[in-house]
Design a protein around this ligand. Structure first.
Ligand code: MG
Length: 651
């Protein structure tokens, strides 16, 4: 018996009467036939996204861990989860794990392989798959990278995007990582020597403005203060703007203490950063004591590495891009083979899916190149999965963080992609109190995807670990947050719930990404693990009342709204897998649609407005509520809905 109402008045007393304000199951069972859900079966592919380092700590070291997840499988089962997407669990230098050092080893702070095998087995007992986060665009600076830059004969030399002369190699089209583009969409070249781009110590700078050279020498001479009335400046490391002293008609000098990890630039203006006022190098490091040519067109950082080797990184110098060679033949590259072998290990261990990070940047925003690469990767992993005896095909979802029209073609490479536009649209419409074009917009997204792949799996979501929290986007208004969760769980596609969203968590990236990755507060009085986040948590959010314990006891909590709608989705095949059809309900505030599958149809109605409104739903049965939130009452063909309420009727 899955009929669940949270405050909505069932409209047909024959179906068990109203419970007004309860997590009631008094909706009656008499619907009969094959529309009855089978208790315990989970029909919907609801995935819970969790940060392993901050979800649940089993050993009290302040880090969430794999055992902590295993201990809370009942909670995840109660949210209807059929899969968990885990943040990267491999060894890494950062807390978040997106700079993997060894793709085949588990970060000891998170647990052991035995812990992971145990999680996979215990999750399987509850019908929950495990998806690993796989970072293919870049690695961390681990053994592979250190070996690659140390020697030309390293077996890992080809794993990275290396160049002795980036400017020339890019111009000659020799950088496969760019996927045929002449310039990268994002990222920088960094010197590789010892990993050190910068310098710490006392240096003398002599700028020859006539020759456009700068000569830097190490010195023990007395350091000078910046010249506030200079007309030539350095921009350098922690010091920022440093004014030079004019010592000749075209020479400017200074001796200063330097602490920089990226090098420096020359400026002919203290205020402008335009090309023409910003002067730098051409992609090579300077040599102490020798004049170094500067220019204002390339204006690359002037580094101290003294290296003849540069590497490219899309995101950060701690994350060198991996190099898979020409994209059409990527699967033959040594890096691809090594990554695939690491994935084999986890797939053979029982992992049923992968979430692929930053797929737009594998070949620098070149959609065709990326789709080609992703298809090769998917096919390779699916081969292993099938050989293992996995059910159906392996699940794989790509993070292509762009609007739908720009990423739809990635479906040529992968069965599933995150739908970022879905959340951007939903929060916009909730803020405007306008629901009547929501279904139309979702159907448009789906049409884009379908044009590239008939069996696409639309991975819908609210916010994730890289975005401001849904709670903050919705102004920390719990009524709006409940609505957003209800919409997510009644939309077509594969919904992802992000850790804490179901508790009404808020947080923005402005104080650091840690603030959108807050641990779950499990009990009213218990502490939360914050060591992995360096203590960067908003304690106002970790209050007793927001805890899982408190919200579980409160029938009107956001947690129980998520549970109720997840339960409904898992129990009704039309909600879980149905085809969406738009319904116009005669009111701009109302988002309404039907979902149909295998002879079953449900009618979904949401009020996006902070006011009570009426929906005209002639021709639909308004007698059996599967799930609801808020007050919804039907009279004839009209449903009156309280602010931000939701209701699903069985047809
Ligand atoms: Mg721990």
């Amino acid at each position: 018996m899955l009929a669940v109402a949270l405050g909505c008045n069932p409209v047909n007393p024959d179906n068990g009467g109203g419970n007004g304000n309860g997590n009631g199951e008094g909706q009656g069972e008499g619907q009969g036939g094959d529309t009855q859900p089978e208790t315990g079966e989970k029909l919907a592919g609801i995935t819970y996204q969790l940060n392993v380092y901050s979800f649940a700590d089993s050993d009290g070291d302040g880090w969430g861990d794999i055992k902590g997840i295993t201990q809370h499988l009942d909670y995840l089962d109660g949210l209807g989860a059929t899969a968990l997407w885990l943040s990267p669990i491999q060894t890494s230098a950062s807390y978040h794990g997106y700079d993997v050092l060894d793709y085949s080893a588990i970060n000891p702070k998170l647990g052991t392989e035995a812990d992971f095998k145990d999680l996979i087995a215990k999750a399987k007992e509850k019908g929950i798959d495990i998806y690993m986060d796989y970072v293919l665009n870049h690695s961390g600076r681990g053994e592979w990278f250190n070996s690659a830059i140390a020697s030309e004969s390293s077996p890992y030399r080809s794993f990275y995007v290396l160049s002795g002369n980036p400017t020339a190699d890019v111009a000659a089209g020799k950088v496969d990582n760019y996927g045929g583009a002449k310039t990268p969409g994002m990222g920088n070249w960094y010197t590789a020597a010892g990993g050190d781009l910068g310098y710490k110590g006392r240096l003398h700078f002599k700028l020859d403005w006539a020759k456009k050279t700068i000569t830097v020498t190490e010195t023990t001479a007395a350091a000078q203060q910046s010249n506030p009335s200079a007309n030539k400046w350095l921009w350098i490391g922690s010091a920022g703007l440093v004014g030079l002293y004019q010592t000749g008609s075209d020479t400017h000098e200074i001796t200063i203490d330097v602490d920089t990890d990226w090098g420096f630039l020359v400026r002919s203006s203290s205020t402008s950063w335009d090309n023409g006022t910003k002067w730098g190098g051409n992609g090579t490091s300077l040599t102490f004591g020798q004049p170094y040519s500067i220019n204002s067109s390339t204006a690359a950082d002037i580094t101290f590495g003294g290296s003849s080797i540069w590497y490219f990184a899309s995101f950060d110098k701690s994350m060198p891009d991996l190099n898979y060679g020409p994209y059409a033949n990527a699967s033959a590259s040594p890096a691809f083979k090594a990554l695939a072998e690491s994935a084999d290990k986890w797939i053979n261990m029982g992992v049923n899916g992968l979430r692929l990070d930053a797929v737009i940047w594998i070949y620098q925003n070149q959609a065709a190149a990326n789709a080609s690469f992703l298809k090769q990767w998917y096919d390779r992993c699916n081969q292993t999965y099938k050989a293992r005896g996995g059910k159906g095909d392996i699940y794989m979802v790509g993070e292509a963080w762009e609007e739908t029209s720009k990423i739809a073609s990635y479906y040529q490479g992968l069965p599933s992609l995150f739908n970022f536009s879905y959340w951007w649209t939903l929060k916009d419409r909730i803020s405007k109190g306008k629901g009547d074009d929501f279904a139309k917009t979702v159907l448009w997204f789906r049409a884009q995807y379908k044009s590239h792949r008939a069996d696409f799996i639309d991975a819908i979501k609210l916010s994730n670990h890289d975005e401001d929290r849904a709670g903050s986007d919705l102004g920390r208004d719990i009524a709006k947050e409940k609505l957003a969760g209800a919409v997510l769980l009644t939309s077509p596609g594969k919904p992802f719930i992000y850790q804490g969203e179901e508790l009404g968590y808020w947080g923005t990236k402005s104080g650091g990404d840690e603030y959108i990755r807050t641990p779950i507060k499990w009990t009213r009085s218990g502490s939360v693990p914050t060591a992995s986040l360096s203590g960067k948590v908003d304690n106002a959010m970790l209050s007793a009342d927001i805890s899982v314990e408190a919200q579980s006891a409160s029938e009107s909590s956001i947690l129980n709204v998520y549970r109720a709608f997840a339960k409904a989705r898992n129990g009704y095949k039309a909600l879980a897998q149905g085809e969406m059809k738009e319904v116009q309900a005669g009111n701009a505030a109302i988002a309404a649609w039907t979902m149909s599958y295998d002879g079953q149809t449900v009618l979904v109605v949401h009020n996006f407005k902070p006011a009570t409104v009426s929906a005209s739903l002639g021709g639909y049965k308004l007698s059996y509520i599967i799930v609801s939130n808020g007050i919804c009452s039907a009279s004839g063909a009209t449903v009156t809905m309280s602010p931000y309420s939701s209701v699903v009727y069985l047809q």
